[in-house]
Design a protein around this ligand. Structure first.
Ligand code: HAM
Length: 419
């Protein structure tokens, strides 16, 4: 039986990879310009990191983690997100001892056992950026500005930035109680999962997609009516800083995010071109996460962009596939030897050159050059070679010229690079 990839796990094929590389390169350029440095973290962590960090009573921890026991009897989990691992690394390597402020980014695959559909996979990629060690609302705005700038630079349009505040340890418990009271009055309308959430984590009811639950949510109390003066001040300042940068946003009091570590600022960027899974990115502040995972009292804020969703929004017109800069077509023994020599020298110069390995006819070699959309073709014919000449054809406008074989690599390099 033919072996196929696992459901929800995708191959990213060479004809799509140009988009991925473009997105990753743009993220690196922009994030580094904002003072961020890359960090690479393991794909496997101890299960506790996520159950304590993300929260026991979240969908991710309750039903979406790929958890297994290794041969040493340890419970390990394929990372469902990167924030908790980045926080662990900051603590473990005492990154704060040099400077308490760390601006970090990371990219790579995450794993969640969700029901696969368009825009929702079991292995998906995130580009993640986090700032550790700053509680000031200025950095909340800065992180959002970097995110919006990045999304703009990759060419995304028709996006909506939604923000909310989720309060803190002081004021959230009051809100939670109020929510519980409210939903208890509506418990007949709630699905089985939400009946459970009502006791374990009533905030999670906001994420439920069941119609009757969505109706029940309509008149639910708003977190913004319960936050303490400090959280209110923080939120007002975030809004002021965003306004100072001319950034448009929508206040969404129903935005609670699916992870329990959030405090105060929460945000998402949604696209109306995406359908049901419309969040391209989500993030927020998490001032208790470090303590939850057994560390110091360090504030943090960040976001993660879903790369598959972002890529599905990239312009269809923009060309991302890399074509050969040059196709070398050859005839005869001498022609092939020369083609081999020239192509290897070009490769060493970083020029994307392709040749025929099968000794096909000239016609079929040129057909392949066309199919591969090579920009130029170099034709090494027996007669021309005897005269020390080769033919260079511009495949776009079909013009061609004879050039001497001597010093050919430099001539080609100049032509191709200046093109
Ligand atoms: P999240 O909202 O769970 O947040 O995920 C962030 C983004 O990852 C989503 O907006 C979506 O684009 C993408 N995503 C999530 N699940 C899937 C999936 N199954 N298939 C495809 N794409 C998906 C976090 O993960 C937080 N760690 C974000 C964060 C960073 N908050 C603070 N810092």
């Amino acid at each position: 039986m033919e072996i196929k990839a696992i459901r929800g796990f995708n191959d990213i094929l060479p004809d799509e990879i140009g988009k991925w590389q473009f997105v990753e390169k743009t993220a690196r350029e922009i994030f580094e310009g904002f003072g961020f440095s890359e960090i690479r973290i393991p794909i496997l962590e101890r299960t506790e990191l996520f159950s304590r960090g993300i929260g026991e009573a979240t969908d991710i921890v309750e039903k979406e983690m790929y958890t297994f026991t290794d041969r040493g009897g340890n419970s390990l989990t394929l990372r469902p997100e990167a924030t908790a691992s980045m926080a662990r690394a900051y603590l473990e390597h005492q990154m704060y001892s040099f400077d308490p402020v760390a601006k970090l980014y990371s990219m790579g695959p995450m794993f969640r056992y969700e029901r696969p559909q368009k825009g929702r996979y079991r292995q998906f990629y995130q580009i993640d950026a986090e700032v550790f060690g700053v509680g000031n609302p200025m950095v909340d705005a800065e992180v959002i500005i970097m995110l919006i700038h990045f999304l703009g630079r990759v060419g995304l349009e028709n996006l909506e930035l939604q923000i909310n505040t989720l309060g803190c340890r002081e004021c959230r418990p009051r809100y939670r109680e109020e929510l519980k009271r409210f939903f208890e009055g509506k418990s007949g309308q709630l699905c089985e999962d939400c009946q459970r959430r009502l006791h374990s984590n009533p905030l999670r009811i906001f994420d439920c997609k069941v119609e009757t639950c969505k109706e029940a949510i309509q008149d639910a109390p708003r977190v913004t009516d319960f936050i303490c003066p400090d959280c209110q001040k923080h939120f007002d300042q975030v809004k002021d800083y965003l306004a100072m940068s001319g950034l448009a946003y929508i206040l969404n009091p129903r935005l609670v995010r699916g992870l329990d570590y959030y405090t105060r600022t929460a945000f998402e960027v949604v696209s109306y071109s995406l359908g049901a899974q419309n969040a391209v990115t989500g993030g927020g502040r998490y001032d208790n996460l470090f303590q939850e995972i057994g560390g110091l009292d360090v504030p943090g804020i960040g976001f993660a962009v879903g790369v598959e969703r972002l890529i599905s929004l990239l312009s269809k017109e923009k060309e991302f596939v890399q074509h050969p800069q040059l196709f070398v077509a050859a005839l005869g023994e001498e022609g092939y030897k020369e083609a081999y020599r020239v192509v290897n020298l070009l490769h060493l110069q970083g020029i994307r050159a392709e040749l025929d390995y099968e000794r096909k006819s000239l016609k079929s070699q040129m057909r392949r050059a066309d199919k591969l959309k090579a920009h130029y073709a170099l034709i090494l014919g027996e007669e021309e070679l005897k005269k020390g000449k080769v033919v260079l054809r511009n495949m776009e406008n079909k013009s061609q010229e004879e050039i001497p074989i001597d010093g050919i690599v430099n001539v080609l390099k100049e032509k191709i690079v200046s093109d």
